[in-house]
Each structure stands twice: as C-alpha cells, then as structure tokens.
Ligand binder design. Sequence first.
Ligand code: NIG
Ligand code: FE
Length: 416
Amino acid sequence: MKNLKLIGPFKQLVTMANLPLKGALKDEQLEILADVGILMENGIIQKIGDFDKLVSEASKTTVHIKLEGNHVGLPGFIDAHTHICFGGTRAKDYAMRNAGKTYLEIAKAGGGIWDTVTETRKASSEELIKKTIKRAQQHLKNGVTTVEVKSGYGLSVNEELKMLRAIKKANTDIAIDLIATCLAAHMKPKDFSGSHAEYLAEISSSLFPILKEEKLANRIDAFIEESAFSREDIRPYFSKAKAMGFDITVHADQFSTGGSATAIEFDALSADHLEASTDKEIALLAKSNVIATALPGASLGLGCAFTPARKLLDAGCCLAIASDHNPGSAPMGDLLTQAAILQSFEKLSNAEVLAGITYRAAAALHLKDRGEIKEGFLADLALFHTDNYNEILYHQGSFKPCMVFKNGNLVYDKHS
Ligand code: NIG
Ligand code: FE
C-alpha cells in the first residue's frame, strides 16, 4: 500500500543537497527553497516543490500535514559518535577534575573508564536497553534522527556482546536509528592478565565473527592513546577487521598524536577527537579520505582545547561534528548546543556546522540515504518554528525543534 504524505508549507527548506563533501563552505552555497512542500511515500522523499502546486496535484489518499505559521526544515541531524549505552554515573569524576585532580588521581580513586565498565557489567540487559532508549529519546527531541552508539564498557567477549545486543534491541524499540560500533579496544581491561596484543587477539578472533553472525555491528573503533592502545597494538587488530569487511573508525589525537596516522593507514571512515592534531596531522588528513570528526562535548566536559575545526576545513578536510555523549568526558549530550559553541570558538559558517551534523556526518557513518533533503532520501526532518534558518545556531542550542520526523512519521511534537 502506498502511504503518501504531504507536508508544508516550509518558509525555508535548507536541503543540504549538492554540496561538496570536503572543505570550507560558505552560507551562500546552501540551497534554501522558499514556500515548498515535501511529498513522501512510505517514509521516502518523493518530490519537493511549490506547496500549492503539490496540494493541487495530490491524490485523494494523500495525508496532508499543514504547517501553521513559519517553519524552517532541515535534514534530521546525525550524531556520528556517542557512547550512550552505559551504567552508572561519573559525576564524582567531573567534580574531582574541576577541583584540580589529575586523570591518574581520579583513576586511582576508582574513577575513569573502568568505573563505567564496572557499572555497565553490573547492569542487566534490560537496564542497558532502557537507559540507551532514554538517552536516544533525548537526542531525538533535539532533532537527531540517527545516532551512532559504541560498546566499549564491557571489555570482554561476553560483556561486549551484552552491550551490542542491548543496542540492537533498543534500535528495534525506538524511532531513531542506532548505528552500533564495537569499541572493545577502549582500554585493556584491568582483569585481563595478558598483554594488550593478547587482549586484542582474543577480541578479534572470538568477538568479530559473532558480530558478523548476529549482525551486531559493521564498525570497529579503537582508542589510540598512551593510556589505551598503541599504534603497533592496533595494526593487526585493524588488519583483521578490514579483512573481515568491517568499517574502521578511530579515537585519534585526543591527548597525543599518532591515531590519525593509523586512521589514514587503514583508510578509516573517520578519525574522531583530533584536539591534539598539529598542522602536520591536519595536512595528512586533508590529503586522505578520512573524515575528521570534532567532539566539542568532550572539550567542554574536560575543559580543554577544541578540535582545530577551522584549520581542518581550510586544509580541505571533511568535518563532521558529534556529541561524544558519554558518562566520563562528555555528559551533556546536546549536539546542537555543542556544534553552535564550536562554531563560535572556531569561526565556522552556518553551512559548515549544519553540514557537520547532516550529510558529512552521514558520510562518516557510510550512510548514503540520509543527511540531505532530496528525492529518494529518507524523510528524516527537523523543523524549527522560525522564518529564517540563521536563528537556529544563533541561539546556541537553546532554540529546539518544534517537530521531528523519522522515516516520514511525526515522532516528536513539542506541542503535544
Ligand atoms: O571519546 N576517549 C576515550 N573515550 C571516550 C571517553 C569515555 C569515558 O571516559 O568513559 C571519549 O572521550
Ligand atoms: Fe568517544
């Protein structure tokens, strides 16, 4: 059965279509359509055009969603890096950090990633599913219609499976799309007696085949950092992942450089963080196809420098912006607010910021059916009650969407 819906009129439809994947963008490059409607069939955009004309052409069975007052429409936002499946809280870490304690002191006092691993292992599958759904719903209200979710707080074959199965189940229970990533290489678990290399060998030989069998994740991530894994540790791990057909992504250059070079070496989809990247890393990234993902939420949570987004774009990189929503370094989990703050500090155009949370974020997740408002694309939309798209980032995230559509369905309505 054809399920036809016509929505409009939009005062402005910012389609994010026909823009380059890489490099700096000017607002003048944005396609902004005035007084248009969107006709969708079974959740897919079928036609975009003059609203009155679409109304006059509509068939009898078409459902009309008439927008009263001025509305601006954007593609549903895509958050390409989060860790929203976890147990416990790290509020104590945050307070200690702000009281001047170092990362090491916090870890010694029982904090850090391992604390979340302990709490996540304690949580039942049902609890993890519930918590993931609750956090994902919050993102949906903020206009996010696709969110990537990493494992990495299980850190054993069985506990990683518990997390990834919980993410898969949560995905079937909510409207927002969850894209799972295996981050078993987050740190070497404290209860594993072997070496870093031995831990990774166990994960790749025992966990990777199950990820394929149960379709739990297509993506493998690793944290390359002094406190986590070295470039040498990760080489055989990523080689195995690539040979099995997984997409690669890297937590790179967060406190020290090196991770971005590994991302390039393995033709990763993205290198995320990059707060420590220097001109050398930026130049190499710009020559590659690796997408640079800025995580302003981690800079805000840790009180440290932002990813050099301006330099990355000027060098010719593709820049995505994600929330990194996690209990340790980025507890806020508000993508639009963080993207707007990054914009102000890094002097980014509206086009660059919106690209970073729409079609460029889609590319970071290897998704070709979303991130633009275009025929044949998913009808994922974030609507704002205003007559000008400039108002959205200007309010630095406090101006929230009034409606969100996922696959053509109204999944959030501020007024109901
Ligand atoms: O992306 N950098 C490593 N991993 C996370 C933090 C996870 C945590 O502290 O729980 C990040 O910032
Ligand atoms: Fe992260």
